[in-house]
Design a protein around this ligand. Structure first.
Ligand code: MG
Length: 252
């Protein structure tokens, strides 16, 4: 069942998602070589506490941390680890909070330090562009499949391998609501978009050769590239209105 949100609901979701965006930005700015995923998780917890919100992922389906930290060939749902982060690593962080019962959810990927190879630059640019191509389809009357087609088409343009089995979702009073928002057309539902839907859109892809080629680590969570290809993941929560999309998890 798809839950449609009122204008007031969307205002609450905007507050939750802006907090997520602020905290992601702080973590990105504070990431230095030598820090670990656990250090980043601690920043997320500290900043959530300062703002009086609850980290949404901690304990969700049993997830053991506040922040998902996926480094290099880790694609998504990375459990923060004790391993030092190096200059040139690609870090993907996915964070959620609960504010007055409403959920915020967003993710960013970035390189640590100032040096970046052309391939990693193509990866970051391609996945972020795919996210915005998907958001550009968020008009009433379009379908979830249109979002998937825009994402997949952009990833292809950038010669990136999409991950199809993981994707976006509705968001509101629950962290994951209907519909599922696939990153690939073949998996996409033909659900019509309506004003009042709020969707978390989250393309992820690797620099590898094969689409949807991954495995899970023994921790039961961290999804890694089976061909050890570097990955990136970007996510925004977006409200669909009669006038088009409003990105809720964006800083002005
Ligand atoms: Mg999400």
């Amino acid at each position: 069942m798809i839950d449609l949100k009122s204008k007031e609901d969307i205002e609450k979701l905007k507050v939750a998602n802006r907090i997520v965006a602020e905290i992601l930005q702080i973590i990105k700015e504070e990431t230095k070589p030598g820090m670990t995923g656990i250090d980043l998780d601690e920043i997320a917890r500290r900043e959530a506490e300062k703002r009086g919100v609850k980290p949404a992922f901690l304990g969700l389906y049993g997830f053991p941390a506040a922040l998902c930290v996926s480094i290099n060939e880790e694609i998504v749902h990375g459990v923060p680890k004790d391993k030092p982060i190096k200059e040139g690593d690609i870090v993907s962080i996915d964070f959620g909070v609960v504010y007055e019962g409403w959920y915020g959810d967003a993710a960013i990927s970035y390189v640590v330090g100032n040096k970046i190879s052309d391939r990693k630059k193509r990866l970051l640019e391609g996945v972020e562009k795919a996210l915005y191509a998907g958001i550009d389809k968020c008009y009433p009357g379009n379908t979830v499949r249109d979002i998937a087609a825009a994402i997949e088409g952009t990833l292809k343009e950038y010669r990136l391998a999409p991950i199809c089995d993981y994707g976006g979702h509705g968001i509101g009073r629950k962290p994951h609501e209907d519909p599922h928002v696939s990153n690939c057309v073949a998996n996409a539902e033909n659900v019509k978009l309506k004003a009042g839907m709020v969707l978390a859109i989250e393309p992820m892809a690797t620099l590898g050769k094969r689409a949807n080629y991954y495995r899970k680590l023994k921790d039961g969570w961290t999804v890694v590239s089976k061909e050890k290809a570097i990955a990136a993941h970007f996510e925004h929560s977006v409200a669909i209105t009669e006038d088009g999309p409003i990105i809720l998890s964006k800083l002005d």
